[in-house]
Structure formats: structure tokens, C-alpha cells
Write a protein that binds this ligand. Structure first.
Ligand code: EPZ
Length: 431
């Protein structure tokens, strides 16, 4: 299994190209199931999760090609891809595929909306908590589907089609909102979603669905209105830049010091997190090319944060921010309110010399003057990248194991950091 070797202590200087957002790319690809025409996606990141979803969608009959090539003819290296579900050949998403990536459960919505039935394995737990799907099933039921659970599979049926309805989320859910958008787009009549997720990835999916012919108003606001249409068509859409990748590299620079331009980043997608970064002493400014992040010799100021749905501080940047706080000049309290078990990075950061104590849903981070490299590993991708950030600032060598987590969500990580002066390499380990 591959590992990443980092020798810390180098400031980052230069520029990094920000990729398309993983968490926008996945629902956009799934939306291809809604139409028999081709959906062309530009700026699709080269990630393990994207490759896996290609396989999952292929199982349902989605034809996938990159710049005219077919799967198998080349690795997924192109950025503009075509997905075409001319005919859905199978409405079942099996356990062996869905269990590898939670987001693939979302195929339930377009399969049900287009075919009147879907049989999708329950995704099960994962490394950051139990992550139930009750609210996603609530959406399908509200839209008129009969939903049963049998032998670990959700069986949803709506033989006469879905019907628009009022959906009121008791809790903000990104996946629930994606599900509602895709299902309601092809339902008969109007749907109103109260308390939807307002994440930029929701707006990106809605924008794409609108290009496909959906009638959606209010994505990104507290109420979304959808007028169902009889069919959707093909479209061409560019995946929005990854705000989590942007925030991750911004925090890396804030930690190591240096001066980096994050090309193609859109600061407004993570303004709250950037404001916090400013309070830590980093200089963050919009530039013509994207976002510029600098920190000179000054220390890192401690700041307390609480994760919240957008536009609050994203849970997907919590681990990276914790890495930064491990070297602050004081104490910071980091509260996680989205997932109940998203602190697995704490014990690994401690291996690098961090001083962190857990207190219920919060981590209390007492800054230290220096971290020291060590072998580490993590069990989800944001936790893994927090270890990379800490390693960049630590003295000596760190080996990050289980690199496949990083490959799920960070395109060309070692190349991007390496070209800014980081001493980082991938070690292939056949064992
Ligand atoms: C999306 O997951 C993201 N995944 C996550 O990113 C992200 O952390 C999360 O949203 C929150 O921003 C993708 O976009 C592919 P939720 P999702 O439904 O949709 C509870 C990453 O690292 N809930 O918004 O699964 C749930 O347990 C990943 O890229 C229910 O109770 O998250 C959580 O506490 C990790 N019932 C909260 O809602 C439900 O039916 C928010 O989850 C659904 C969710």
C-alpha cells in the first residue's frame, strides 16, 4: 500500500491549481441518470471516488467517455467527460459497490424518479459516525414513494411516478437536499423544500439540473421551489472549484508560512473559514487568479470554532484547522456539531507532539512550539490530509499511511505541494 513521506519545515511558496469539487462532481455525475441524453461535465477532478462512481453508474447503464475514449481505453485522466444513460439496464445498486462510497446511495432518487423503482443497498456506518439515511427516505416517501427495507436494501417504488410535496427538513442535510432536488425535478407538480442545505455544491447541482430543463428556484436560500417537468435533457456543465481543497491548502500555508496563490479558487465559497484564518494571523486576499494566502514570521493566534452547515465553518475543514491550531500560541476550542465521531485525527496528531484533549463534542487544543515527524495514519480523507498539513510544519520525517484515503479526495496532492517547495513524495509499497 502506498505511503506519503514528508520532511517538514519548509515554507510553501508558489501557486496551486484548485481542482473541481469532489462533493459537487459526485451528485452531478449521479444526475446523469435522470435523462437519456448526454450530460457533459467539465473540470471533473481525477479522484478515486470519481472512478468508483463511474463503475457504479456503469452498472445502471451509464455510458462514460472522456474526450471520445471509452472506459478501459485510458485511465481517467481527462477533465471533460460525457455520461449518457440512454437506457437504464438495472435499478439495483448492490451492497459491494454502495458500501464503498456513501454518496452512491443518492442514485436512489434519479432511479426512482425516472424508472418508478429503485433497489439500493443501505450504505452502513462509516469512519466519521453512524450517518443514517432516514431523512433521505423521508424525502422519497413525502414525494409519494412506497419505501421498504428488506435484507439491507431500500426498495422504493412509485409505479405511477412521484408527486410534488412540501418537504421540511428537521436537520440540514446535504445528501437529503440532493435527493430531494433530483427526485422532485421529475415529479408531477410542485415541491417546496424548507430548511434545505445551502452548500455551494447544492447550488451547483441545481444549476446543472436547470440546464437540463428542470424548474428550480431558490437553491442556496432557506426555501427551494421546484416545479416538476415530464423529462430532462442533456447539458454541459463545469464542476465548481473545490472549496475544501482550497481551505486545506490555505491552512497548510497558514501553518508553514510562505506565500501561495490558489488559482481558480472562489473565496466566496468559504468566506467564513477564510475570515477565521485571518484571525489566526494569516493574510488572505482575493486575487485576479483566485486566492492569495500568506503568513510571514509572526506566530499563529488561537481561534475557537464550531462546525455548522453552510455558510458556517465546514466540518470538512475541521481536522485541517485543528492541525493548524496545534502550533498556535495559546488554547483553541474546536467544536464538531455535524458528525458525532469526527475526531479520529486527534490521536494521530498527538503522535506528532500535539496537545489535544477531548471534551464531549469539542477538542481543546493547547498549542505547542514544535511538532516532530512520526509514522501516522487516518481513517478518512479529511483526517488524513490534516496529518499531511501537520507533517509539513513538523520537524523531521513523517510517513502517512493509508494514502488511498487521500486519493479519494485530493487530486495530485504531492505534486501540488511539491511544486510549492514541500519535501513530499509517494512511496510505493508493494506489500
Ligand atoms: C455531505 O455528506 C458530504 N459528502 C460530506 O463530505 C460532508 O461532511 C457533509 O455533507 C456535511 O457537509 C458529500 O457531499 C459526498 P449530511 P452527507 O446529510 O450528505 C445527519 C467528505 O469528507 N443525517 O449533510 O452524507 C448526518 O448523520 C464528506 O468529503 C441524518 O441524521 O451529510 C449528519 O449528522 C464526509 N439523517 C448530518 O445529518 C439523514 O438521513 C449532516 O449530514 C441524513 C443525514
Amino acid at each position: 500500500m502506498d505511503r506519503i513521506r514528508i520532511v517538514g519545515g519548509h515554507a510553501l511558496n508558489g501557486s496551486i491549481e484548485i481542482s473541481g469539487a469532489k462533493n459537487a462532481a459526485l451528485p452531478l455525475m449521479i444526475a446523469s441518470l435522470l435523462t437519456d441524453e448526454a450530460l457533459t461535465l467539465e473540470n471533473l477532478p481525477r479522484l478515486a471516488d470519481v472512478n468508483l462512481l463511474v463503475r457504479i453508474l456503469g452498472n445502471h447503464g451509464v455510458d462514460f467517455s472522456i474526450n471520445g475514449k471509452r472506459p478501459g481505453e485510458a485511465t481517467i485522466a481527462g477533465q471533460t467527460v460525457h455520461l449518457r444513460a440512454e437506457r437504464i439496464v438495472d435499478t439495483t445498486a448492490p451492497y459491494n459497490l454502495v458500501s464503498k462510497m456513501r454518496a452512491s446511495f443518492w442514485v436512489v432518487a434519479p432511479l426512482l424518479a425516472r424508472m418508478g423503482e429503485a433497489r439500493v443497498s443501505l450504505p452502513g456506518g462509516c469512519a466519521i459516525g453512524t450517518r443514517p439515511v432516514d431523512l433521505l427516505l423521508m424525502v422519497l416517501e413525502r414525494l409519494g414513494a412506497q419505501v421498504d427495507i428488506e435484507s439491507g436494501y431500500v426498495i422504493a417504488k412509485a409505479p405511477r411516478g412521484l408527486k410534488g410535496a412540501e418537504i421540511d427538513f428537521p436537520k440540514v442535510t446535504v445528501g437529503g437536499t440532493h435527493t430531494a432536488l433530483m427526485a422532485a425535478a421529475l415529479a408531477q407538480g410542485s415541491t417546496v423544500i424548507h430548511n434545505p442545505a445551502r452548500e455551494p455544491e447544492i447550488v451547483d447541482l441545481a444549476d446543472c439540473l436547470i440546464k437540463m430543463g428542470a424548474k428550480i428556484k431558490g437553491a442556496g436560500s432557506p426555501v427551494i421551489e421546484i416545479e416538476g417537468v415530464g423529462r430532462l435533457g442533456g447539458a454541459r456543465h463545469a464542476v465548481l472549484p473545490d472549496r475544501i481543497e482550497t481551505g486545506t491548502y490555505a491552512m497548510a500555508v497558514a501553518m508553514t508560512g510562505g506565500d501561495v496563490v490558489l488559482k481558480g479558487a472562489r473565496p466566496e465559497l468559504l468566506q467564513g473559514a477564510l475570515d477565521i484564518l485571518g484571525h489566526t494571523g494569516a493574510m488572505v486576499s482575493a486575487s485576479d487568479e483566485g486566492l492569495r494566502v500568506r503568513r510571514d514570521g509572526g506566530g499563529i493566534d488561537p481561534v475557537d470554532i464550531t462546525t455548522e452547515p453552510f455558510p458556517g465553518f465546514p466540518t470538512d475543514l475541521q481536522a485541517q484547522f485543528m492541525a493548524l491550531m496545534t502550533m498556535s500560541q495559546g488554547t483553541s476550542r474546536i467544536r464538531e456539531t455535524i458528525f458525532e465521531n469526527r475526531f479520529m485525527h486527534v490521536s494521530e496528531l498527538t503522535r506528532l507532539g500535539a496537545r489535544i484533549r477531548l471534551d464531549g463534542d469539542a477538542a481543546i487544543v493547547q498549542g505547542v512550539e514544535r511538532l516532530k515527524g512520526a509514522p501516522v495514519m487516518a481513517t478518512d480523507l479529511r483526517a488524513s490530509v490534516s496529518l499531511v498539513i501537520a507533517a509539513l510544519a513538523a520537524e523531521g520525517e513523517t510517513l502517512v499511511n493509508r494514502v488511498y484515503h487521500l486519493d479519494r479526495g485530493f487530486e495530485h496532492l504531492e505534486h501540488k505541494l511539491g511544486q510549492c517547495g514541500a519535501e513530499i513524495e509517494r512511496l510505493s509499497n508493494p506489500g
